[in-house]
Design a protein around this ligand. Structure first.
Ligand code: NAD
Length: 344
């Protein structure tokens, strides 16, 4: 099915359908923006997150405040806690679920493998079991996968139909497992789903463990940045506002089987060029420690977004310059260096 821009306009307008949507991971980066956008569209989002301390809980609290300012209910709970999850779904008459909660980060997964299998695999199974038990199977469960499932894919751009048998990190393996589990729950119980493979998301309220954040912080404070693969890696940086359009449009897809869809920008940027763009916005020179490839990393990510355009009416339109500018001005306004990572 093709999603036209006219249909999207109608769906999101005052006459479009209105749902009560559970957003897991709502104290997280993409989750907060998703809940705010749903509210803006006249839907009723309910935030759910265990506010784990992987990175600054003050930053997560700031995001929760943003939700509360707009009267979006927030429940502090774990996706693995089936009782709290079930009670939340019932209490708020939830009919749709957007599942963004996860232990994210590629490098951290080398040292903390069980955080990944627990939060990304076990909790996903708890969520799907809960949805089956409550009969929430017809409308697709929208969940976050990742570009990392493509591993060391050499064929670019990455297409959903590519064969994936070579995960480079534990994080990637858990996300690929989620995709297979979603297909399994469809085969067994007809639980429908849409898995979205996000490509390096950045923007205001972004994550302090990711390169855009770390570069902005360190360049602003005259600290040395480590640039992996000597700046020769390419990343398909995607602005959070664009990602969120893809996520919310997934609620309207008329599909009768599980789908996996790339959400990227489709325009990979050389890491070295990315550093220069941050330097321009911050108005300072980077001090660079140029190092080799890290274990778990991949040299390139590059999304083919044809499927997202057709199926979701996805149309990313934020240039990397605009996106970095928005991020850097958010960073300054919020004095965001205070949210810097303290753990590894
Ligand atoms: P994030 O870490 O900011 O948000 C995830 C949130 O989930 C956190 O607030 C965390 O507290 C919560 N959480 C973790 N385990 C939980 C559990 N068991 N129960 C309840 N809450 C739990 O990450 P993000 O960048 O917003 O990513 C959102 C989703 O997109 C994740 O699934 C991530 O793996 C995926 N993703 C993100 C990117 C990116 O570049 N940001 C890229 C690919 C995929």
């Amino acid at each position: 099915p093709q999603m036209t821009q006219e249909r999207i306009q109608w769906l999101k307008g005052p006459d479009g359908p209105k749902y009560n949507v559970l957003v897991t991971g709502a104290a997280g980066f993409v989750g907060m923006h998703t809940a705010l956008e749903l509210k803006q569209m006249g839907m009723t989002p309910i935030g759910y997150d265990n506010v784990n301390p992987y990175y600054s809980t003050q930053l997560k609290d700031l995001r929760i405040q943003e939700l509360e300012k707009r009267d979006i209910p927030f429940v502090k709970g774990d996706v693995c806690d089936r009782e709290t999850l079930t009670n939340t779904i019932k209490a708020h008459n939830i009919t749709r679920v957007i599942h963004l909660a996860a232990q994210a980060g590629v490098r951290y997964s080398l040292k903390h493998p069980l955080e990944y299998t627990h939060n990304n695999v076990d909790c996903f199974v708890h969520l799907m079991e809960t949805m089956v038990a409550l009969g929430l199977t017809k409308e697709p469960l929208v969940f976050a996968s990742s570009s990392s499932v493509y591993g060391n894919n050499v064929k670019i751009p990455f297409q959903e139909s590519d064969r994936l048998e070579d995960p480079a990190s534990l994080y990637a393996a858990t996300k690929r497992s989620d995709e297979l589990l979603a297909q399994t729950y469809f085969n067994l119980y007809k639980l429908n789903s849409i898995g979205l493979r996000f490509f390096t998301v950045y923007g205001p309220y972004g994550r302090p463990d990711m390169a855009p954040w770390i570069f902005t912080d360190k360049i602003s404070n005259q600290q040395t940045i480590r640039v992996f693969n000597h700046g020769q890696s390419k990343r398909d940086f995607t602005f959070v506002g664009d990602i969120v359009q893809g996520v919310v449009n997934s609620l309207f897809v008329d599909t009768h089987q599980p789908e996996l869809v790339n959400l990227g920008n489709g325009q990979p940027v050389l890491l070295q060029d990315f550093v220069e763009l941050v330097e321009e916005q911050v108005n300072a020179k980077a001090v660079i420690d140029s190092v080799g490839m890290q274990q778990g990393d991949v040299p390139v990510t590059y999304a083919d977004i044809t499927k997202a355009r057709h199926l979701l009416g996805y149309n990313p339109n934020t240039t990397i310059e605009e996106g970095i500018q928005q991020f850097v001005s958010w960073f300054r306004e919020h004095d965001a260096s205070q949210y810097r990572m303290t753990t590894q």
